[in-house]
Ligand binder design. Structure first.
Ligand SMILES: *[C@@H]1O[C@H](CO)[C@@H](O)[C@H](O)[C@H]1NC(C)=O
Ligand SMILES: *[C@@H]1O[C@H](CO)[C@@H](O)[C@H](O)[C@H]1NC(C)=O
Length: 842
């Protein structure tokens, strides 16, 4: 035992230094703060100290100055001790031995106080630790242990735990206990059949030779055991006890399977089996595979704690273990097979209803449509899951004419004998019953929907086999729609309505084409090229229609073709002109009848043309109907120089007036010609007789124009272009300056006439208006102008007039006879009768 009792904490050298500056602080710093400055002092003292007392423990760092203050010791100690402070030396004293088991630690405080309680120094905390000495003897918890050992207990598994205690300081070697078997009685079949864990005190069978021990292990054994402190050292206190081990027969026997009805209506927990471990202290532990509502209580009663459902879990394997307090199995676990018995608590479940089952039309009877597989969750193979099927719907059908048949045991649905219609939807209602259809079973109504698929068994057909002949003109433009044909298809599926059209005959030259919108059932027959009557006056086109999709069944009939007859109409070509636009510049002084231009066909005309003016609103122009020559119809009165006058001309084919074209005439008016002015002497009014007599009127062209004196012979004369004038009058040129105008017809209406006469000189033209009075004449060629007044009763004046007139006529006749005689002589000499001037006749 070490004699040293003063142990210095590691901080001690620092403490010896501390008082000097601590004291300084005491003077200057407040008392409250001072308390914090005292570092706890540690003192360790062995218990049961056997030396002299008082034992000086530690010198307190008291202030050195003389004072009336007293040293006060406080803490978990009495005033009598075991501690004291020597006021002289300032040492902490121990007055008697200490017992650690009584008091292991003392918390002391030393203060220097005045009587009135003021603290001069301190409190100085001192911790006194009592160091343990092995002065306590270990104790078993019992003097005799009695324990039962079941025969099946595995070696090495503790079946008894010894307990012993030691009063010395825990955790030190003084209280470190070791167990040991000192003796076994009887020493049969071997002297060391048991083992005792030295530190834990756990008693178990020794593994060695355990197999041979099995049968021999019977009766009882007495073990003498020891417990000792000081750990593995030889020294130490010890105590002994007796263990009575009685070997008992194993009650850990296999269990029979347990059958439990599902949905069992009883009070839970419901006991189903019992186990028992006859050995020492036992804890039962239950495991369910898969986990289920099972439990075992401390007495080993197994129970089910809730209703079971076979459809969730039909079987369980329970394992029950017998375990020692440390959770170690004494032996192999017992197995219990739990079988859940079925109850018909599940109705047949229809298969999920998917999209309708498709069956092509024309499928033969007996074709399998589907197999109805209702499921029953109840125990397979038992009546609870034995399903039969029964057709509920359609009920109306007679047995002989069912569209669908059902096999009651297999659930097989087949086609019946009733014909199927494309697009038809059949809804089958089937009752699925368990218990094989017996009464009390559960059932569900399943539905099967079947759609009859269309197949392309109908060929497309034209609605009309032949359409009215179509007439087309030769000049019909390509891409013109000739006819629209319609075809139909009796199939339902849109894909089976898609058609192709083609010419079967009549379109070898590719003059016609077909186009169609897919799916519309309509095809357009169009002209692709120009028609020619000469090449073919008619076309007989045969159009055929076919499905795009492959046709099932009989091929297309005659309705798959249709005939279109196209008749070609001949068209004469429209007239063609050399120019579309004709222009002329004309002085506004241009006389009537002047030729302005000629509209001509291009190339040699195939057929005669007819020309006419469309909108000659001023009436200035005149066109010759056959030749296309354009003249001025009258003087251009009202036209202004610089103006443009536009007139449309219509040109028609004489044979086919509907064929026409047009041309435009643009006349540009110029200033009146200032070239040699011809002074037109107003021609005095003359008389001419009608019916025609041999008289005429001399029309003189230029008068005394000095400029023209040299070439007077260059004047030419013509009647104006007016057709009536041309019909009624005749103009003869006498010489370079005169012409002779006479009636062309035998009879011209008696009145005053104005006859246009066009006088030309080189390129210049003038128009003369010759005024002539046409009248009835007497035999002498005198104009009977007063005929109107001779009607009615004669007056006195008129009677006198008549008498005078008669006398005058007689005289005149005499003069006439003489004159006529002389004229006749002269006429016979050089002049025709017609050319005798009127002047001379008067
Ligand atoms: C005649 O018709 C053409 C074309 O429409 C036009 O340009 C022209 O001015 C017309 N002439 C008269 C005199 O109206
Ligand atoms: C032309 O004939 C007319 C009438 O006969 C006559 O008066 C005139 O002198 C003739 N002129 C010439 C140049 O012969």
């Amino acid at each position: 035992m070490p004699r040293s009792f003063l142990s210095h904490p590691s901080g001690w050298p620092a403490l010896t230094m501390a008082p000097a500056w601590l004291w300084m602080l005491c003077l200057s710093v407040t008392q409250a703060l001072l308390e914090l400055q005292f570092v706890e002092l540690h003192v360790e003292i062995p218990e049961n100290y056997g030396g002299n007392f008082p034992l000086y423990l530690i010198k307190l760092p008291l202030p050195h100055e003389e004072t009336e203050a007293q040293l006060i010791l406080s803490g978990n100690v009495d005033r009598e001790g075991p501690f004291a402070v020597d006021p002289e030396s300032g040492f902490l004293l121990l007055t008697r031995p200490l017992d650690r088991e009584e008091h292991a630690e003392y918390q002391l405080q030393v203060t220097l106080e005045f009587e009135d309680g003021r603290v001069l120094w301190g409190p100085q905390p001192v911790l006194v630790h009592v160091k343990d000495e092995n002065d306590q003897v270990p104790h078993f918890s019992q003097a005799i242990y009695r324990v039962q050992l079941s025969q099946d207990t595995r070696p090495g598994v503790p079946f008894l735990f010894l307990e012993a205690s030691d009063g010395d300081e825990p955790g030190t070697v003084n209280s470190d206990l070791r167990f040991q078997i000192l003796n076994q009685a009887p020493a049969q079949p071997s002297p060391d059949m048991f083992q005792l864990d030295p530190q834990l005190g756990a008693l178990s069978l020794k593994p060695k030779g355990s197999a041979s021990q099995d049968h021999a292990l019977e009766g009882s054994y007495q073990l003498w055991v020891q417990v000792k402190d000081m750990g593995d050292q030889d020294l130490g206190y010890q105590a002994t006890a007796i263990i009575d081990v009685s070997v008992v027969e194993s009650t850990w026997v296999p269990l029979d399977p347990v059958h439990i009805l599902e949905n069992l209506q009883v009070l839970y927990p419901h006991y189903i089996a019992q186990v028992h471990w006859s050995g020492g202290e036992v804890h039962y532990y239950l495991e369910s595979q898969p986990p289920g509502p099972f439990d075992v209580d401390a007495e080993g009663r197994l129970s089910v704690t809730a209703e079971l459902d076979r459809e969730t879990q039909a079987e369980y394997l329970l394992q029950v273990r017998a375990q020692n307090p440390r959770g170690e199995d004494y032996t192999e676990p017992l197995e219990l097979h739990v079988v859940v018995m079925d109850e018909n608590d599940n109705a047949p479940v229809c298969p999920p209803q998917g999209p309708p089952i498709s069956i092509p039309e024309l499928s033969p009877p007996g074709t399998e449509v589907t197999r109805l597989m209702a499921e029953d969750m109840d125990a397979p193979g038992s009546p609870n899951s034995h399903i039969v099927y029964q057709l509920l719907n359609p009920e109306a059908e007679t047995e002989a004419e069912r569209a669908l048949e059902l096999d009651s045991t297999s659930g097989r649905v087949t086609l019946g004998t009733a014909p199927l219609l494309a697009g038809q939807n059949l809804l089958l209602q089937v009752l699925a019953s368990d218990l094989g259809g017996a009464e009390g079973g559960l059932s569900s109504t399943c539905e099967v929907s079947v759609t009859v698929l269309d197949i392309n068994d109908h060929a497309p057909q034209f609605t009309i086999s032949q359409i009215e002949p179509v007439s087309l003109r030769e000049d019909t433009e390509p891409s013109t729609l000739v006819a629209t044909l319609t075809a139909t298809d009796a199939d339902l599926e849109p894909d089976f309505h898609l058609m192709n059209f083609a010419f079967e005959a009549g379109n070898a030259e590719g003059i016609f084409g077909l186009d169609w919108e897919p799916g519309s059932g309509q095809v357009h027959l169009r002209l692709l090229k120009k028609l020619s009557y000469d090449a073919a006056p008619s076309h007989k086109l045969v159009v055929v229609v076919q499905n795009v999709a492959e046709l099932v069944g009989p091929g297309p009939g005659p309705e798959a073709t249709t005939t279109v007859t196209v008749l070609v109409e001949r068209v004469a070509p429209a007239p063609k002109l050399a120019q579309q636009l004709y222009k002329a510049s004309v002085p506004i002084s241009t006389p009537a009848g002047s030729l302005l231009l000629t509209i001509q066909p291009s190339g040699p005309p195939s057929s005669p043309l007819r020309f006419s003016l469309v909108n000659d609103s001023e009436g200035w122009l005149y066109i010759e109907e056959v030749s296309g020559k354009v003249h001025t119809a009258r003087t251009l009165q009202g036209a202004h120089p610089g103006d443009t006058y536009t007139v449309l001309v219509k040109v028609q084919v004489a044979d086919e007036l509907s064929l026409s074209t047009s041309a435009t005439i643009m006349i540009n008016f110029l200033k009146a010609s200032s070239a040699p002015g011809l002074i037109l002497t107003p021609v005095p009014t003359r008389h001419l007789c009608t019916p025609r007599q041999d008289h005429g009127v001399v029309v003189s062209g230029p008068s005394k124009d000095p400029d023209l004196a040299g070439d007077q012979g260059l004047y030419s004369f013509a009647l104006g272009p007016n057709p009536t004038v041309q019909r009624d009058w005749r103009l003869q040129t006498l010489n370079g300056s005169h012409a002779y105008l006479t009636l062309a017809l035998h009879w011209v209406e008696p009145r005053e006439h104005t006859i246009p006469v066009v006088v030309s000189h080189n390129t210049q033209k003038w128009q003369l208006q010759v005024r002539v009075i046409v009248c009835r004449c007497n035999v002498d060629g005198q104009c009977l102008r007063k005929v109107g007044h001779m009607k009615g009763m004669p007056t006195k004046l008129s009677a006198v007039g008549t008498l005078v007139g008669t006398l005058t006529v007689i005289g005149f006749l005499l003069i006439l006879i003489f004159t006529h005689l002389s004229l006749s002589r002269k006429k016979n000499l050089d002049q025709p009768v017609d050319s005798v001037p009127l002047k001379a006749a008067v």
